[in-house]
Design a protein around this ligand. Structure first.
Ligand code: MG
Length: 271
């Protein structure tokens, strides 16, 4: 009886081992000498698709919305050029190194006509800009004489500030026009006295080693959240630019003015 039990145990063990061997043979094997397939790459060829080694995007707390009576908060990585209290980031354009001669009040500042433009002390290359502005609630004048100011990325064309609500003028001179170059794609103006926004992307021109321009500067502009220009090539060779605001003789108000210097993917230069 003991012998028979031992025989059964030996038989089941041997059969089990045979079955395991047969099953193992069914497992597909890489053909001998086959090359490892290259990993599919993301555009640019630097990072494999789905790589966990790729640098993480910088964390930014986004801006908050403005209301008619109060400006929102800028994003956490913004350079604030006017946060509601002072014009310390600015100076007079015609009297360098003297304070910006415009009036600050209640979270906004206002052009003092006749005192001339103001200009930032700092210069910026590729950047995102946010600015809010309001033309006078009381309407005076017409065409270019009504609520005229201007936003300059110095060395490049003006982005026009004007009361273009029911106020006809030449199209390449109305609000959000790239002045004397292109009218905005649409007229997205709000009425006199209402706060309006420009969100601008400035891409600096860039040059080859021989100093030849490879690509001109570009503007993308949203007026009150509506696209006015998209990647529009503009004149000018300046890369790092101050920002200036025009005194055209009308008491325009500005508030909540900030810039974010821009980099490209993975912290590389933008382009
Ligand atoms: Mg102007």
């Amino acid at each position: 009886m003991l012998k028979f039990t031992a025989f059964l145990l030996w038989t089941s063990f041997t059969l089990g081992a045979l079955i395991s061997l047969l099953q193992a043979d069914e497992t597909p094997k890489a053909p001998t000498g086959a090359q490892a397939m290259p990993k599919p790459m993301t555009p640019g060829g630097k990072w494999p698709k789905g790589s966990m080694e790729r640098p993480r995007p910088v964390v930014v707390s986004p801006s908050t919305s403005s209301a008619p009576e109060s400006a929102g908060q800028p994003p956490s990585d913004a350079i604030v050029l006017f946060g509601g209290n002072d014009l310390d980031q600015w100076e007079s354009q015609k009297n360098k190194d003297t304070p910006a001669p415009w009036k600050v009040e209640n979270g906004w500042f206002q052009i003092v006509p006749g005192t001339g433009a103001i200009v930032t002390k700092q210069k910026f290359a590729d950047m995102q800009i946010h600015v809010e502005w309001a033309t006078p609630a009381e309407v005076n004048g017409n065409s270019q004489g009504r609520g005229n100011s201007g936003f300059f990325i110095d060395g490049h064309p003006e982005i026009q500030v004007l009361d273009s609500f029911d106020n006809d003028t030449y199209p390449d001179g109305q609000a959000a026009a790239v002045y004397n170059n292109y009218p905005p794609l649409v007229n997205a103006s709000r009425g006199p006295g209402q706060w309006q926004t420009y969100d601008i992307i400035y891409e600096a021109p860039y040059f080859g080693p021989d100093k030849q321009m490879i690509r001109p500067a570009r503007y993308t502009v949203f007026h009150n959240g509506i696209l006015a220009h998209h990647a529009l090539e503009v004149s000018g060779t300046a890369v790092e630019c101050s920002i200036s605001l025009q005194d055209h003789g009308n008491p325009i108000r500005y508030r909540n003015l900030w810039v974010r210097p821009l980099k490209g993917y993975d912290g590389e230069p933008l382009r």
